[in-house]
Design a binder for this molecule. Structure first.
Ligand SMILES: Cc1cc2nc3c(=O)[nH]c(=O)nc-3n(C[C@H](O)[C@H](O)[C@H](O)COP(=O)(O)O)c2cc1C
Length: 222
């Protein structure tokens, strides 16, 4: 698979089959992803690759918390600006329409949207997951390094015939994740990522993108 095809075919998949992902495949992916760039080569990420019993336990604990109606953990970082301005606000609501529209859920059915979103904490049925941490001491530039790492992992997964869904949703239960993974205290959870083979029968979302002129400017005198 060439890079264009990997980029084009990567999308946030939210329905996975129970087909297991071989450990060697996951090792190949994270081993290649370690070549992701970072400023001054700090490599400020730490990934936990989780499968089998530990992932089942994590899903069980998250499911229990969700069912109990317990509130989310206090956030360790701000996921979005408090007030999203235009055009981001419109892009977010267009995304909501696409995501929940694909499931036949209308805008006003908040409960059904929440039910659909709760699949996040079951990793959408995926048999493997990656939890990406960043050292708390790191600044804005290192967060971008971690983003590049996460994207590198997702593109390599495509080369293996696998799909993924990056999930900030897991940061809402960062304490539960830590109880299972036991990371050192200096690490902060950025996101989880569901990994597996796509369930091609699941409802699908192909998100759009803003017209190129909104996000790219060529400066070449032409
Ligand atoms: C850092 C990050 C966090 C995300 N968190 C979630 C999440 O918690 N749950 C989810 O379903 N999708 C999540 N997404 C997926 C985005 O909604 C998705 O990437 C975006 O809508 C574009 O769609 P596409 O990836 O299918 O092209 C996340 C994406 C990124 C990059």
């Amino acid at each position: 698979m060439d890079v264009y095809e990997a980029v084009r075919s990567r999308r946030a998949v939210r329905g996975f089959s129970d087909r297991q992902v071989p450990r060697e495949t996951l090792e190949r992916v994270v081993s290649a992803a370690s070549w992701a760039p970072s400023a001054s080569n700090l490599q400020p990420w730490h990934a936990y690759v989780v499968t089998g019993g530990p992932l089942a336990e994590l899903k069980r604990r998250a499911g229990e918390r969700l069912a109990s109606g317990e509130s989310w953990d206090e956030p360790e970082y701000q996921q979005y600006p408090a007030a999203l301005k235009s055009p981001y606000r419109e892009r977010r609501s267009a995304f909501g329409e696409q995501r929940y529209g694909a499931l036949g859920i209308p805008r006003e059915d908040v409960e059904a949207r929440q039910r659909a979103a709760s699949a996040n904490w079951q990793c959408f049925g995926a048999p493997a997951a990656l939890f990406c941490y960043i050292d708390r001491d790191m600044g804005l530039a290192q967060w971008s390094d971690v983003g590049m790492y996460v994207q590198t992992v997702m593109l390599l997964l495509r080369a293996e015939g696998l799909h993924s869904c990056p999930q900030m949703a897991w940061a809402k239960y960062h304490r539960t994740v830590s109880e299972v993974l036991l990371p050192p205290g200096e690490l902060m959870l950025f996101c989880g990522m569901s990994i597996g083979f796509e369930d091609t029968t699941a409802a699908d979302t192909r998100t759009g993108r803003a017209p190129l002129r909104e996000t790219v400017t060529f400066v070449d005198g032409l």
